[in-house]
Design a protein around this ligand. Structure first.
Ligand SMILES: Nc1ncnc2c1ncn2[C@@H]1O[C@H](COP(=O)(O)OP(=O)(O)O)[C@@H](O)[C@H]1O
Ligand SMILES: N[C@@H](CC(=O)OP(=O)(O)O)C(=O)O
Length: 597
């Protein structure tokens, strides 16, 4: 079988005729080296944005079907021009729309999911020696309507075509020479990574690193497609996104979401079903919830905060008010002009002090942290938007991300599939739709303890003091520190906040002693321990991008009458802490809901 290479060119890489010619020359060169080539092309420059604003002139809320019809034209223009450029360069070429390729999707206009891709037509053209120029970002629904895959969706088209064609690799050509430790537009000292694992890239992409579309990484990881991100303007080697072992550094990269808004539902009853009610109302309005923070209840009263993109604030607020009314809650408050800064690294689980170091760095620049959520490979903090760039630069420097240490790339090369990766492969084989969610596992860690420190002063440095103490000092010495798992901080009230975290059951008393020291220094804050809690985790691919997952999880817990104490979410895992004696019941209910035996 001839080898196949997929090359994707983003908007900036086909912005004018000289760039189109340059892209065409790359494809021709790859063909001359003996590969069959599929190009995936996005709309030129800012074309998609222009079409969006043009539509806005006619109708405040244009019909989704017509929007897709309109937006798909951007890519149709580029593929035709690219095919002409290829012919000019002496190659045989054919342009195809999503429908002509046979990319079938569901009918969720504006963010359709790929169900299946037919490859016969593609293969016929390739075998006839043609370069296929495929329109990115689009497909066709069962009813024959044009659909689009969501902004930035050409990356997804490329990864999907590479997967179904069994391509040797998928090259993403863009205006930066690879994936950097952070967006180089924010921090010029950012460094290019030579290799990064799917899990880390998936987290970074979903936490705001705009260089790759997160659904394309989901896809590539699920189907094992190696992706290389590189510059369309130079020949320097890019970044390989592939399976990777543990990195030598605790933090691989940082990501920023600049347009976050916070919604807090206060005075909620502390009983099963509350989260399910909230998630249902958000899902009904298709509001994407980002950070979800629920801290321990006080005297039977609970509080939940989450962040949403600023543009979804009005819808989220309406849904939150309706949920509070239905639950006899007290009030809804909002915070705007916020940003989320996240540190990601597959090396984090072995380095307990990562969160502490991030908190200390933010404290040192006087930046207050409003919410905190963590998962095993990331820490996210919500801060004021006007401090975001400064915060990114400080955290980047603190983790020495500007310094070359990517020599570890070599040892991150091929390694055997982990049991989780093996399970993902098995689930993928049985999927109905190519982008369906993969829930690989529902597990229970029944030996955790939860510690809550409250009230704590709401000022910079408090989180740092606490987690430095618990981690055994600023140098994060594992022999003197406790192993912190989940960290949750909800929004403060009247100058006081509360912080909760989990540790292994055996370390509960020791961690409480360590946590008590800073509380004494602050002159306030008592440490409460629940020595027996259970952490239930749903692990898989695409958990956050499928809004229905949270709903299904919380509905199953509500039905089993299990109360949720803490929540932690990431792309690969949603974890909830429940009372130890409810753990087994919870896991059974959730396994049932996700059809896992
Ligand atoms: N970690 C990162 N590494 C590299 N680029 C990043 C990162 N995070 C964000 N970016 C931004 O992503 C941009 C490329 O993505 P995008 O504009 O969507 O390109 P394209 O039009 O080629 O799809 C870069 O110009 C850069 O500013
Ligand atoms: N043109 C679409 C799809 C896309 O992926 O574009 P780009 O590759 O330029 O990010 C968009 O702007 O959303």
């Amino acid at each position: 079988m001839p080898r196949i290479i997929v090359q994707k060119f983003g908007g900036t890489s086909v912005g004018d005729t000289s760039r189109i010619r340059r892209a065409a020359a790359r494809a021709v060169a790859a063909q001359q080296e003996g590969a069959q080539v599929v190009m995936v092309v996005s709309a030129r420059g800012k074309k998609t944005d222009e079409l969006v604003s043009l539509a806005g002139e006619f109708d405040i809320e244009p019909p989704a079907r017509e929007m897709d019809m309109l937006l798909a034209t951007g890519e149709q223009e580029s593929v035709a021009l690219m095919a002409m450029a290829l012919r000019e360069a002496g190659a045989e070429a054919v342009s195809l729309t999503g429908g002509q390729i046979g990319i079938s999707t569901d009918d969720t206009y504006g963010k359709a999911r790929i169900r299946a891709i037919k490859t016969d037509r593609l293969r016929e053209h390739l075998d006839a020696g043609r370069i296929v120029v495929a329109a990115g970002f689009q497909g066709v629904s069962d009813s024959g309507d044009i659909t689009t895959l969501g902004r930035g969706g050409s990356d997804l088209t490329a990864a999907a075509l590479a997967a179904v064609l069994g391509a040797e690799r998928c090259e993403i050509y863009t205006d930066v020479p690879g994936v950097f430790t952070v967006d180089p537009r924010i921090e010029p000292a950012a460094r290019k990574l030579s290799r990064i694992g799917y899990d880390e890239m998936l987290e970074l992409a979903s936490l705001g690193a705009g260089v790759m579309h997160s659904r394309s990484i989901e896809f590539a990881g699920k189907y094992g497609v190696p992706i290389e991100v590189r510059s369309s303007l130079s020949d320097e080697p890019g970044t390989l996104i592939a399976r990777a072992g543990a990195p030598a550094r605790p933090v691989t990269g940082l990501a920023l979401v600049r347009d976050a808004a916070r919604v807090t539902l206060a005075g909620l009853p502390d009983r099963p079903g509350v989260m399910a009610e909230i998630f249902r109302r958000m899902a009904d309005r298709a509001i994407p919830l980002d950070m979800v923070v629920q801290d321990l209840s006080v005297q039977g009263i609970a509080e939940v905060s989450f962040t949403v993109p600023q543009e979804d604030l009005a819808g989220a607020l309406a849904a939150a008010k309706a949920a509070v009314d239905a639950l006899d809650g007290a009030e809804v408050t909002v915070g705007t002009d916020l940003a989320k800064i996240s540190a990601v690294g597959a090396g984090m689980p072995d380095r307990p002090g990562v969160a502490a170091k991030m908190f200390r760095t933010l404290a040192d620049i006087g930046c207050n942290v409003e919410l905190v959520t963590t998962s095993e490979i990331k820490v996210s903090c919500l801060i004021a938007r006007d401090r975001a760039n400064e915060a990114i630069r400080a955290v980047h420097a603190a983790f020495e991300l500007d310094q070359a240490a990517d020599a570890d790339a070599a040892h991150r090369d091929d390694h055997p599939l982990s049991p989780q990766e093996q399970r993902v492969r098995t689930v993928v084989e049985g999927l109905q739709g190519m982008e369906d969610i993969v829930v690989a596992d529902v597990s229970l860690d029944a030996h955790q303890a939860r510690l809550s420190v409250r009230p704590v002063p709401d000022r910079p440095g408090v989180l740092a003091d606490l987690f430095e103490a618990v981690a055994g000092g600023p140098e994060d010495d594992p022999s003197t520190g406790a192993t912190v798992d989940m960290i949750v901080q909800n929004v403060s009230h009247a100058g006081h906040a509360a912080i909760s975290f989990t540790v292994p059951e055996s370390e509960a008393n020791y961690a409480a002693e360590l946590a008590a020291a800073p509380a004494v220094r602050w002159g306030e804050g008592a440490v409460q321990i629940d020595p027996h809690v259970a952490k239930l985790s749903v692990t898989g691919v695409g958990l956050r991008s499928h809004t229905g997952v949270g709903l299904k999880l919380f509905a199953a817990l509500a039905e089993a009458k299990v109360n949720v104490q803490l929540i932690g979410t990431s792309e690969m895992r949603v974890s909830v802490v429940v009372a130890a004696n409810e753990g087994e019941r919870a896991v059974e209910a959730v396994r049932g809901a996700f059809g896992i035996g």
